[in-house]
Design a protein around this ligand. Sequence first.
Ligand SMILES: Cc1ncc(COP(=O)(O)O)c(C=O)c1O
Length: 413
Amino acid sequence: MVADTGPHDTCHTTHLECSETGEHYPADRLHGLSRAGKPLLVRYDLDGIGRAVSKETMAGRPPDMWRWREFLPVQNVEGIVSLGEAVTPLVRLAHSAGQLGARDVIVKDEGRLPTGSFKARGMALAVTMAKHFGVRRIAAPTAGNAGAAAAAYAAAAGMEAFVFTPEDTPEATVREIAFHGARLFRVNGLINQCARIVREGTPTMGWHDLSTLEEPYRIEGKKTMGLELAEQLGWQLPDLIYYPTGGGTGFIGMWKAFEELEAMGWIGAARPRMVAVQSPGCGPIVRAFEAGLDHVAKPWAPVETGIHGVRVPKPLGDRLIMRVIYESNGFASDASDEAAAQARAEIARDDGVHLCPEGALCYAAWKEDLARGRVDRDERVVIFNTANGLKSPMPATTGAVLDCAGPIDYAGL
Ligand SMILES: Cc1ncc(COP(=O)(O)O)c(C=O)c1O
């Protein structure tokens, strides 16, 4: 797909910055982690962006993620690797949340993106940048969805892809990764073991490591969730954002979007409380928050949840995630796998919205937070449905069998 190229295409990146030490790095070459081993953040001339584009410019552009190109480190718009990253809709949960007296519970449905998940945003940008800097081979550890997106965008960019995923990753996603032509490896461990395999293989294989926050561009792609949300809500951010947090790229990216928009004067100082949602079976951020820490002290073990997106024992960006929680006056929350499964079924049945387990986990956590009085039913909440529900197994159904050869007992249906 050809991305729109308007007349205002300029790159406003000034440099990259170590998220821990603040050390600067030049923007004109490919980067991994900083010298301190920490994630790098891309910095921009925000005044320059403000001079190049306005809210009105945005309103007139095609509804895709590249409409935000001035806010992204894209150096060559013609080189964008795109599979059609549409603006994702906001869908109100009128029935299920309405029954709880809450009128403003909104799902941002990221399942509409290429490869059916929000991972498309990060990978579209990471692969675009990698291609720009001449990368021919990428590697990614994944809970599933990031690998599918990496495989698809690598295919679109003509790159070789190696993907490492825990052996119990949902079958639909595993097959999707292989179907896009990636070399797929099922690993008898978790995502951190997959990440280790990628990291240690770099010198031999010469691949570009696309692990969460190991490179600086996935976070910028995910930042578009925050930019998009702000625009969709008329530049008034919601009171709460519930986000299923594994590596935390979207969580950190959205906060960065709000910071940049505020610095440019496009939004005011009112920000949402950011809620990082995890599981009692893998909740390193919840544990750190409850202990008042600014980092994850030790990797979570044993991991006991079937909600794949949050099975990250110790995120590389732990300090950045904690910073967002504290700065936003937010918190970390959790809900059980059972509560998530129940929420997923309830919302599918009552609202017609098919959440992925991670999205359903957020709704279940919000519901418990409401019951506990941690949040208010009058607050506007946005729940991130990070993937298409169809990618995860659904409960088996017995259904009913009809014999089409005989008469149908309609009254008995
Ligand atoms: C469906 C889904 N939701 C949430 C996450 C967690 O995303 P992040 O790494 O941005 O915290 C993942 C990551 O694998 C995922 O696949």
